[in-house]
Design a protein around this ligand. Structure first.
Ligand code: PHE
Length: 637
C-alpha cells in the first residue's frame, strides 16, 4: 500500500493478487479443512462443502470486494464505516462492529496455531520428535503435551516452549503491521506460496508411494475414499451444513472485513471482479488438491481409515499436527523436510494473520486517527494479553470455543449481514455496477439471483437450523472433559494403543459412556478439576488390570478400581512393541494420570470476552459517529 494522496493504495496489480491469495491461503487450507472434513464424516462433508463454495463462497467473495471498494471511496477500511455508507439507517454501522470484534478474537487463536507451525519447524530441525532407538515418540501425545492438553509431561515440562514460539510469532506480526502490510506481505507471498505448492507435491508423492510396510495400518487411498465417497446421510444435518459453510468462509477469508479492508485500498479502476475470482480459485486449488491429499490420506495410512474421524474429532487441528510430522519422519532427511514444511506453513499462516489484523488497524487509523505505528502497538498489546487465556486454558477447550463462535458462527452471521447489505439495502443493481467498475470480466448473470435470494435465504436456514439443534440438544452447555494418559511415556520403547472408535462394540460403548458420564457428574458436582492416579498392569494378552487407584474423594463412587478397569478394557487399551516385523502385545506396567476437567468457567469466560468486545466496539463506534455529527463532518451518505 504505497502512500498515494490521502489514502494508501496497493503498489501493483500482481502485488494485490498475491496479497489476497496469501490472505486466503493459510491454516484453513492445510490444517482446518482436513480436520473439519474428517470430523464431519469425510464424504458426508464434501457435498455441502462444494455446494457452499458455489452458493456462498464465490458470491460472497464478490460481495466482500464490492463492500470494500464502497468503503474505500469514503476513506473507510473497516466494516462500521463501510456499512454506514451503504445504508441510510444509522444502525447499519453497529452491525459492522462484528467485523472488528470477531477478527480480533480470531487472530488471538490463529496466531497460536501459526506458532505451533513455527514450533514444529524448530522441533524438526532439532529432530526432537523423530523417533530413535529406545525412544518412541507418540505424536498424538507429543502434540497434546506441547499444548498442555494432558495430565502428563513426558516430552514437554510445561508450556514454556509453546509460549516462546507464540511470542516470536507475535513480534513478527506486529512488526509487519508496524511497517505496513504491503511491503512485507507481497515479498513473502511471492516466495512462500509457490514453495508451499512445491512441497505439497513432494509430500503427496511420498504419501501415495509408500508401499506395504509393517509400520502402516492402511493405505492412502483409503483416506481418499473416505473423503470422496459421497454420503448423503447427513445432508439434513444442520451442523454439517454449518461446518461446511463455516469452512468455506474461513478458508476464503470471508466475513471478517479482512478482504474488504484489502479492497478498500484498491484503485477505483482496478478489476475487483477478476481479483475476487483469482483469490477464490487459487485458494480452492490449494484446499481441494493439497488440503485433501495430505493429512487425511496420511492419517488413513499411518493410523488406519477407521481412525481418521476420531483423530479429527479430537481437535480441529490434530489431524494436521499429528499426521504431518508422522509422514515427515518417515522421510530420509526428515529434519530438513520437516523444518522447511512447517516453516512454509508458518509463512502461509503469517500472510493470513496480518490480514486478519488489518480491519482493526484500519479502524484505529481511519476512525480514531491514530498513526500506524501507534495502532500497531495498541493491537500488539491487546494481542499479547488476549492470547494468554488461549495458551493457559487450552486444555479446557477454549481454542475450539473461539474457533466455533468467531471462525464458524460469526463468519456465517457476518456473511449474512453483508449479503443483505449488498443485495437488498444498497440494492443489487447498484452493487453490481460497483463490482464491475473497471472490470474486464463479467460475472455470470445467474449469480445475481443467487446473491439476491439463494445466498441470504440459505444462510438464514442454516443459522435457524443450527440454533434449533443446539438448543434442543443442549449443545451450548459446556461439558467436563476426561483426560488421561500414561506418565513418563518417553521411557517406553513400544506404543500404547486404544481401539479405534469403529472397533468398539455396543457393550463397550456403553461402558465407556457410563464411565465418562460419572466423571462428568462428579466434576460438575464438585465444580472444579478432579485428579486421580492409577497403577496398571498389562498381562500381555491385550487386557489391562488396575492394580491400585488413588484419587480425589469427589470422584467416588463413579471412579473405582473396577470401573476404571472396565473402562480401560472397553477402550482396548494395551501396550505393543515392534518385534520380528510385527506389533505384538507385551506385558508391562504403567502409571496413569487421570483428570476430570471442569470446563464451564473457561468456556463462559471466552463467551463473556466475545460479548464484551462487541459491546466495547459498539460504544466506540457510537462515540466516534456522534462526535463527527457534532463537528459537522459528513453525515450518512
Ligand atoms: N483464510 C485464512 C485461512 O484459510 C484465514 C482467514 C480468515 C484470514 C479470515 C483472514 C480472514 O487460513
Amino acid at each position: 500500500m504505497a502512500q498515494a494522496g490521502q489514502r494508501e493504495e496497493w503498489g501493483s496489480r500482481i502485488g494485490l493478487i498475491l496479497a489476497a491469495a496469501g490472505n486466503a491461503i493459510g491454516i484453513g487450507n492445510l490444517l482446518r479443512f482436513p480436520g473439519q472434513a474428517g470430523a464431519n464424516g469425510g464424504g458426508a462433508f464434501m457435498i455441502p462443502y462444494v455446494i457452499s463454495l458455489i452458493v456462498f463462497g464465490l458470491p460472497m467473495m464478490w460481495v466482500a470486494w464490492t463492500i470494500g471498494r464502497i468503503g474505500g471511496r469514503y476513506g473507510h477500511g473497516s466494516t462500521p464505516g463501510m456499512f454506514d455508507k451503504m445504508s441510510n439507517s444509522r444502525f447499519a454501522k453497529y452491525f459492522g462492529v462484528l467485523g472488528l470484534a470477531l477478527p480480533l478474537i480470531f487472530v488471538l487463536y490463529y496466531t497460536y496455531i501459526e506458532a505451533w507451525c513455527l514450533g514444529y519447524s524448530w522441533f524438526s530441525l532439532t529432530g526432537d520428535y523423530i523417533s530413535e532407538a529406545g525412544r518412541n515418540v507418540d505424536l498424538r501425545v507429543y502434540y497434546d503435551e506441547f499444548l498442555g492438553n494432558t495430565t502428563t509431561h513426558s516430552y514437554f515440562p510445561g508450556l514454556s516452549s509453546a509460549l516462546t514460539f507464540l511470542l516470536i510469532a507475535l513480534v513478527l506480526n506486529v512488526f509487519v503491521l508496524y511497517r505496513g502490510v504491503a511491503r512485507g506481505i507481497e515479498m513473502l507471498a511471492k516466495i512462500a506460496i509457490p514453495l508451499l505448492a512445491l512441497f505439497c507435491l513432494v509430500l503427496i508423492v511420498r504419501i501415495f508411494s509408500i508401499g506395504d510396510s509393517a509400520l502402516v495400518k492402511g493405505t492412502a487411498m483409503d483416506g481418499l475414499a473416505f473423503l470422496w465417497t459421497p454420503d448423503f446421510s447427513t445432508l439434513t444435518s444442520p451442523s454439517v451444513w454449518l461446518a461446511a459453510a463455516g469452512q468455506i468462509f474461513f478458508t476464503l477469508s470471508i466475513g471478517f472485513g479482512s478482504l474488504e479492508c484489502y479492497s478498500s485500498y484498491v484503485k477505483q479502476n482496478e478489476d475487483i471482479a477478476l481479483t475476487g475470482l483469482t483469490t477464490a480459485s487459487s485458494n480452492e486449488f490449494v484446499e481441494i488438491i493439497f488440503g485433501s491429499m495430505i493429512a487425511i490420506p496420511a492419517a488413513a495410512l499411518f493410523f488406519g481409515a477407521g481412525e481418521v474421524q476420531s483423530i479429527a474429532s479430537s481437535g480441529t487441528y490434530s489431524i494436521g499436527m499429528v499426521t504431518m510430522p508422522e509422514i515427515l519422519r518417515s522421510f530420509p532427511g526428515a529434519q530438513l523436510f520437516g523444518t522447511i514444511w512447517f516453516l512454509l506453513l508458518f509463512f502461509a499462516a503469517f500472510t493470513s494473520s496480518v490480514g486478519v489484523a488489518q480491519p482493526v488497524m484500519a479502524f484505529l487509523q481511519d476512525e480514531l486517527k491514530i498513526k500506524r505505528g501507534a495502532a500497531a502497538m495498541v493491537v500488539g498489546v491487546f494481542w499479547l494479553l488476549g492470547t494468554i487465556p488461549v495458551i493457559y486454558f487450552y486444555r479446557y477447550g477454549v481454542l475450539d470455543e473461539m474457533d466455533f463462535w468467531s471462525g464458524t458462527i460469526g463468519l456465517v452471521v457476518m456473511a449474512l449481514i453483508e449479503v443483505v447489505l449488498f443485495a437488498w439495502v444498497f440494492k443489487i443493481g447498484r452493487s453490481w455496477e460497483v463490482l464491475h467498475q473497471g472490470a474486464q470480466i463479467q460475472v455470470p448473470r445467474f449469480f445475481k439471483p443467487i446473491i439476491n435470494y439463494v445466498t441470504p435465504i440459505a444462510l438464514i436456514a442454516i443459522l435457524v437450523g443450527w440454533m434449533g439443534d443446539a438448543v434442543s440438544q443442549g449443545k451450548l452447555i459446556p461439558q467436563p472433559r476426561l483426560a488421561w494418559d500414561v506418565m513418563n511415556r518417553s521411557e517406553y520403547t513400544g506404543n500404547f494403543i486404544k481401539n479405534s472408535e469403529n472397533d468398539v462394540t455396543h457393550l463397550q460403548r456403553n461402558i465407556i459412556s457410563n464411565f465418562e458420564g460419572s466423571v462428568s457428574t462428579a466434576v460438575t458436582g464438585a465444580n472444579r478439576d478432579l485428579t486421580a492416579y492409577a497403577r496398571i498392569q498389562f498381562p500381555g494378552d491385550g487386557t489391562v488390570r488396575v492394580v491400585s487407584y488413588e484419587g480425589d474423594p469427589k470422584l467416588a463412587p463413579g471412579v473405582t478400581v473396577a470401573s476404571l478397569q472396565s473402562y480401560l478394557n472397553a477402550k482396548g487399551f494395551h501396550y505393543e512393541v515392534f518385534d520380528n516385523g510385527a506389533w505384538v502385545s507385551e506385558p508391562g506396567e504403567a502409571m496413569l494420570a487421570i483428570e476430570g476437567l471442569n470446563r464451564a468457567p473457561y468456556i463462559w469466560l471466552i463467551r463473556i470476552i466475545i460479548v464484551a468486545l462487541i459491546v466495547a466496539f459498539s460504544i466506540m463506534v457510537h462515540v466516534i459517529w456522534k462526535e463527527r455529527r457534532l463537528s459537522g463532518e459528513g453525515g450518512t451518505a
